[in-house]
Design a protein around this ligand. Structure first.
Ligand SMILES: Cc1ncc(C[n+]2csc(CCOP(=O)(O)OP(=O)(O)O)c2C)c(N)n1
Ligand code: SF4
Ligand SMILES: [Mg+2]
Length: 268
């Protein structure tokens, strides 16, 4: 079995870090009220959030947008976004978003969820929303772990990936196979746009932003359900050095959950 710790500096977690985090920049992106956040250095979720907010801003949708948040590290952003925000129970965001969109069809509704939230705790929610062709956009930040609660296995963890409760790597016989959610959703007739991006390098960030723009355009065109999965770094939950996380994402999560557009009903 492939061990994902080979060649990596795995960080000891039996003691507090000797050095504190450093504020790199206090730049405040559009639609975020404060520049600084308390997510870990090197986390991919702030980059993904920024891309989503840039897409909303560029399409001029700010005044009509309602975000529904799941529960994970990304939830920290729900308190300081300059768009309307609702907080869902774990995994239930697609149903809450469905209610919002049906009650207020002129709004643009998107969920922000993690892999643990969407694929473990609420898998049926997103599948049924997609099958119904709800005119909402679901965004899944996929780091292959329950980041906020300590880096445990989720349903998207790839075979061989080391997590807090699979120290020797995920083993198919013991822990089952990963669920490739975007591939699964793309098979449903109600899904109009399905794509998987990543934020581990500048090119992938740019491609992910285009996917988000396309998903929101799909919603605005009333074509059905739209979905963007974004692979994000979680150096803390992967127990590796921050600098190693972008490469680790490409070699592990990204090698199985392949980035690309899987379905695009807008065409052209
Ligand atoms: C019903 C319920 N079960 C468990 C939890 C604990 N919990 C909070 S965040 C979280 C992990 C979320 O993982 P994910 O959605 O992948 O987000 P990440 O932290 O990795 O960004 C869990 C299990 C909870 N808040 N509610
Ligand atoms: S635990 Fe992982 S997902 Fe959570 S803030 Fe830290 S790096 Fe990001
Ligand atoms: Mg996660």
């Amino acid at each position: 079995m492939k061990r994902f710790v080979e060649g990596l500096h795995v960080i000891a977690t039996d003691a507090a870090p000797t050095e504190g985090a450093t504020l790199v920049d206090d730049f405040t992106p559009a639609l975020i009220d404060v520049g600084a956040h308390h997510l870990c250095p090197g986390c991919g979720e702030p980059v993904a959030m920024r891309s989503a907010l840039e897409a909303i801003d560029e399409l001029g949708l700010t005044q009509r947008t309602i975000c529904v948040f799941g529960i994970g590290c990304y939830t920290a952003f729900s308190n300081n976004l300059d768009v309307e925000v609702l907080q869902a129970l774990h995994g239930r965001a697609p149903s809450l978003a469905t209610g919002v969109k049906r009650a207020k069809p002129d709004t643009v509704v998107l969920t922000i969820q993690g892999d643990g939230d969407m694929v473990n705790e609420g898998l049926q929610e997103v599948i049924h929303a997609a099958a119904r062709g709800e005119r909402i956009t679901c965004v899944m930040l996929n780091n292959g772990v329950f980041g906020e609660t300590g880096g445990h296995l989720t349903s998207t963890t790839v075979l061989g990936q080391r997590t807090k409760n699979t120290l020797d790597g995920r083993d198919a016989e013991a822990h089952g196979h990963p669920i490739l959610l975007a591939n699964l959703l793309a098979q449903l007739d109600g899904a109009a746009f399905v794509a998987r991006g990543a934020v581990n390098n500048a090119g992938n960030v740019a491609r992910t932003k285009k996917m988000l723009l396309r998903a929101l355009a799909t919603q605005e065109a009333g074509l059905g359900f739209s979905f963007v999965e974004i692979l994000t770094m979680c150096p803390t939950g992967w127990f590796i050095e921050t600098s190693e996380a972008p490469g680790y994402l490409a070699d592990n999560l990204g090698a199985v959950h392949a980035p690309g557009v899987l379905k695009d009903a807008l065409g052209g």
